[in-house]
Structures are given as C-alpha cells and as structure tokens.
Design a protein around this ligand. Sequence first.
Ligand code: MTE
Ligand code: HPA
Ligand code: MOS
Length: 774
Amino acid sequence: MHKVKTNNELNAKKIEVFDALKKSVKNIDSNTHLRGESIYVDDINIRQGTFFAVVFDAPVAHGKIKSIDYSKAEAVAGVERIFTYKDIPGENQIGGILPDEPLFAKEEIHFWGMPIALIVAESEFIARKARALITIDIEELPVITTAKEAKEKNSFINAPRSFGLGNADKAFKDCDYVFEGETFSNGQEHLYIETQGSYVEPLENGNLKVISSTQGPTAVQKAISKVLGLPMHKIEIDVTRLGGGFGGKEDQANPWAAMTALAAYLLNQSVKLILNRHDDLRMTGKRHPYESTFKIGLTKNLKIQAYKVEFLQNSGAAADLSPAIAERTLFHATNSYFIPNVATTVYSCKTNLPPNTAFRGFGGPQGMFVIESAIAKAASELGIAPRKIQEANLFQENDVFSYGQIAKQVEAKNTWNAAKNIFNVEALEQNIKEFNASSSNLKKGLALMPITFGISFTNTMMNHARALVHIYQDGSVGISTAAVEMGQGVNTKLLQIAAQFFSIHPEKIKIESTNTTRVANTSPSAASSTADLNGKALAKACEALLSRLKNIVTEEFNASKETIQLKDEFVYINNEKTALTWNELINKAMMKRVALTENAHYATPVIHFDKTKEKGHPFAYHVYGTAVFTATVDCVRGTYEFDDVKIVHDYGKSMSQGIDLGQVEGALIQGIGWMTMEEIAFNKKGKLLSNSLSTYKVPDIFSIPKNIDILPLETEGNEMAILKSKAVGEPPLMYGIGAYFAIQNAIKAFNPNYKLKFHAPMTPEKVLTSLYAN
Ligand code: MTE
Ligand code: HPA
Ligand code: MOS
C-alpha cells in the first residue's frame, strides 16, 4: 500500500519540513491580518482632492438605449463630471480573448448591470445620490438567460470545440450497458471579501499610477492602455495584496481600473472607485452555469468503454475568459478515469447575463460533475455502489488523456487506495447500512470523489514569469515577481524560497508589491501556477546571485567553488564554518563592484498544445487526490450535515504544510458550497435575485463538515513543481463534488423510488422534494 502520513506523524513531519527549509513557514501576512493592519485598495492614503466614483449601470438585460437624461444628476452639488463612452480617447473595448465587450454601453445593452456611465463626485455618497437621479429610456429586447435557449437561437460566443479519443459512437455498440442523462450545475459568486476597486493617481506628463485589486496587473495595464490610447509605459500598476480573488479578478478587475483611469486622466486628479457589495454582485460575472447531456457505455466488468458529452456553457453577454474555460472543461471531462473512446464538445453560449468568468477550477469542476453524474447514474441503474465503477477505471501510468498527454507519476490509484484503506471505506459502508436500517428519519450516504487536475495555463504561451532580486548592501533582500498575493500564501512561499537558497533569516527578506514597472508582461496569478512559475524564476535569480557571491569566496579563500556553501548566514568551505558572515560577504561584493541585483525569467519547459489537432502535452504535471464523504440527511426537514470528509491529497513534497492545508480546506468548503447551497438566481428578465448575502447562502461555520481529515500522500513530488511542492490552489475545490453524491445516496436510502438528479446545487428544498418524489 502507498504510504500516507497519519495525523500523529504529521506534527513530526511539520518539524521536518520546517527544518529542511530552515525557517518557520507561518504566513507572513498573519500578523497584519490579525491586527487589521493589512492594506487593501480602500485603505490606501489618498491624495488631497481625490474624487470618488460610482458606476451607473443598465436596469434591463437586453435593449436599445433611446435616451438618457443626466441633467438632474449633473446638477447635484459636488458632482464633478459624468463620463460615458463618448469621453473615451482610445477604444471603448475591454475584451480579453475576443474584442466583444465595450467598457461603457453605447446603444445596446446586453446584461442587467452593464456599465453605462461613471459618476465622479466629491464623495461616494454624492455620486450615489446623483446616480439615483439619472433617467434612462430603453426599448427592451428579448432576453436569453439559459444556455439551452441560447443554443436553440444559435447565440454563441465562438465556434464549439471538441476533443476526441478513439471512436465513441462505434464503441457504444459493443458496450454491455449504455446510459444517458442530463446535468445542470449552477454558477457561483466569488464573494471575495474585498470587492472590485481601484485608485488612480495622475503623475506628471500624463502618466498614471494605478492601484488595483487585480490578479492580473498586466491585463489591467493593457486594458487602460487600449481605453486611453496610451502606450503601456505610461501606466504603472501596483498591487499589494487582494482580499481574495478566486478567479473573479483575473480579467474582471479591468473595467473598474479602466474607468477610474479614464476619469483620473481626463480630470488630472486622483479618483477612487470601490464597488459596494450590491454593485459588485450585480455587475460582475460568476462561475459559468453548465447544462450538459451525457452518454456512458460500460462493459460487464464495469470498464467504461465510451463517453460522449455535450457541454452547454452559459457564457453571459461577452466572451471574457469563456473560451479558455470551455477548453479546460474538455481537458477535465473524464476526471481521474481512463476512457479509451471519448467524444466531448463544448458550446460557449451567449446569453444576457453578466459575462461569466474564471472561478477556482476554471471549467474543470463543471466537466468533472458530469462524468461523476454519469457514473452515479450507471451505478444506480445497475444497483451497485458507484465506487465500484470509479475504482475500475482510475488512470494508470502511461494511460493517455483524450488530449494526447501521456499520464506520468500518476497518483490516482495511490490516493484512492490509501483513502479506501486508511479510512476503512468498507467498514464505513457497513456502518452506514446498519445505521440506515435502524433509523427512519435520519439517513446517511457515502460518496468517494477522486480528482485529477492539470497544472499549467492551458494556453502554453502564458506559462512564464520573472523575478527581480535586490540584495541591499546591508545584507537585506527585496524581491519582486509577478505573483499577486490573494490569501493563498504565495508571498510566504516566495520568501521561503529565497530564505532557503541564500540560507538567511526570513526577516532579512521583503516581498515587494506586484508592480508592472519592476516585473513586466506578466501572466495573471491564476491556474494554481503562481508559486511554480514565479518561484522557479526566483530560484533562478537566487542561484545566479549565489554564484557571483561564491566567486568572491573563491578569490578570498582560494577555495574551489563546489566546496563553498552558504549556511545560516555564514560561509562554509568543505562543510566547515568560516568566520565570514552573509553581511560581510555582501559588503565585500559591494567593494568589489559585483552586481547584487538579478532578474531571471522562467518559462515552463516541455509543454505544448496543437489546437488544430486538439492534442499535445499542455500540463507540466497533474495533481491527484481522493475524498470520502459521509452525509446525514434529515428526512423530515430536508436539511443535511456532513459528518466526515476524509481526504488523501497529493501535495508532492509540500514546502508549506500550514498554507497548503489551508488551501485544501478552503477549496473543499468552497466546492461544497457550490454543490450544495450557493444558489444564484436570475429572473426571466435577467435580473439577479440573489443580490445580497441574505439571499445568497455561502457555507458558514455551522455548515462545514463536523470532521475533516486531510492526509498527505507521500510521494517523490514533481520536478516541474517548485521545490517539488505541487500546486494546490484549485484542485481540492473539486472534492466538493463528493458532497453532492453523498446527499444523493442518503436520499436514495430513504426513498428507494428516487431517480438520481444531477441538478446542482442540492439545496434543502430540492432534497425535501426528492425525499418524497415518486
Ligand atoms: N486562496 C485564497 N485565500 N484566496 C484566493 O483568492 N484563489 C484561488 C486559489 N486559492 C484564492 C485562493 C485560485 S482561483 C487560484 S487560481 C489560486 O489560488 C491562485 O494562486 P496560486 O497560483 O498561487 O495557487
Ligand atoms: N487557468 C486559469 N486561468 C487561465 C487559464 C487557465 O488554464 N488560461 C487562461 N487563464
Ligand atoms: Mo484561478 S480560477 O485560475 O484565478
């Protein structure tokens, strides 16, 4: 059996890891977070005379603007100016992948909440007061809110994409069992604690300094450059940290920064725009809802021989990142299973919802929900436990993914077997059977959820980063990279890397803000790849500096370079400590005029993808894991609780156990929320009904599982991962899918007539009606 650390061993392991990295890995933001001293956009000291902005947005989902009357709003004392598309000196266009999204509506309105104008005033209060006085006359047009409707009306963002392996249509004919079904998974609100916002200061010569709550500083810089018609070098973007992004600020920080920059540029005065929660919920895109149809074919011994699926992605009113997200749905359509004949197609359907966008998992979760539904349906029809089918089809070494990549260092079976054995799934199943036999009002359900997630931006071109390292003459170090800290702990990981390479105390190291003048042309902090890409660039920079420092030692001690080591801020030669300290060495470097600054570039090797064939090797590696869920359903009320979530997760060789555990826990709960309670609702006219925290339910302390056990699979790790510590940001979200099926199984235990439903989230209302459905 594959080895997994038990909880008791974990503490020992923690010490071991801290030791290997020499220093503690407490999140470096924890002190200022706890004291409320961490700085977000809204905390910045603003310049005297700063104006405040509020967005005026569309009050219908689809229509033609006949007239707008701004006169009453403009007359409000303290209103400086109202900006519309007419004021844009460059292009009224912020589309990232496709140029299909205006910054401000011109004649047509495409979604409820679409920005039309920016009101700039002496205070936010005044701007809001003025906004209420704007009147607009709109000729309303038919509204599409669902992907299915869009497909029927041929309303698409772009052409559909298909991946294929073998010949699915032919293979179905040889299957012993074939099942078909439909699924729906709803959107999800990012609910970052810090809403979207930006603060822009005009500098001399028409230059701008932009503070933005963005995952993609370069994306913001490019958007502003386009809207203002300015070269990129005139626009500096600076990001200290985000109060959460979750994908919602990969591209959707752009419009707010562009509007703020437009006003600041034209008024030559600082402007601040922070969306309040209502405005943010209404105007921004969310996770994509998907409607899908599947067909799955199995042999008598439960091998999945063929799988066909059509995904309808509800993209919203513009492309945003939808095409890339649709692509990742295809990449993860078979989750952890090897299926020899696969035909998957995804349509990005254009509707009148706010453009949907990146959200933790980036289309992967939506794809994985469908294959798990297909397996659950097959198991239910065959009267067996779904885990029998899951287990029979797990990926093995050298199996091929539908996109052509050969699976290497596969941990699918290892995490599965470890979870099954350590958590004694058979006994658990037996206990649940006995419990259900003796309990009439409470029923329990079990579900296993394996995950396989590819690490790299699926767009190969985006997999690069740079690091700029200064060693100051007093021995302290400043580090700039493209990494944006959004709570995931990447700054702590970067600090660990530098501390380990230089072998100096973490207090000597500062992680600078993310700034486009120090690190340019960056990819967003996304795809769970931030620590890998930026960490590898940082490691390269540190190595180059170390090499130069060692040259000095070589001259000084007449020692050969290989015998020199820096350890705990001392120089060692042949493992013997010398009297030369880090600080003295840096001083010597200054005296000898040796460069103490290094800039390094890293681009992921090996990866490639050919879109004309839809084949290649897009991922540096995959992350694996298996979760075991137990749910208890109250069959009188339709409410449910999770007794247990037990996980064996493949961290590789985790470099920051506390941070990585936090990522798994956070993603797990976010996944459970998506699958069981977070219900986005639009009315038929495209108006968001779940527009506040009283109408949109996110997991709270009472809804998290009573017991969560997350154990690391002991593996070699992967060379392509930073210090062999695998990416961890997104993959564990998909464990949450297990919650959905644990509830399904509990319902089935109560109501034998129940036909499984694949319509997420599985809210208590749906549970209650399912319990009593015929
Ligand atoms: N964790 C926190 N606390 N806040 C966030 O916004 N974003 C998630 C994940 N974990 C997020 C988070 C998403 S969507 C991604 S892609 C990764 O973190 C990004 O960071 P990484 O590349 O460093 O993992
Ligand atoms: N993941 C996350 N964000 C992205 C990706 C991806 O694969 N591609 C472009 N943006
Ligand atoms: Mo994460 S959805 O890649 O920002």
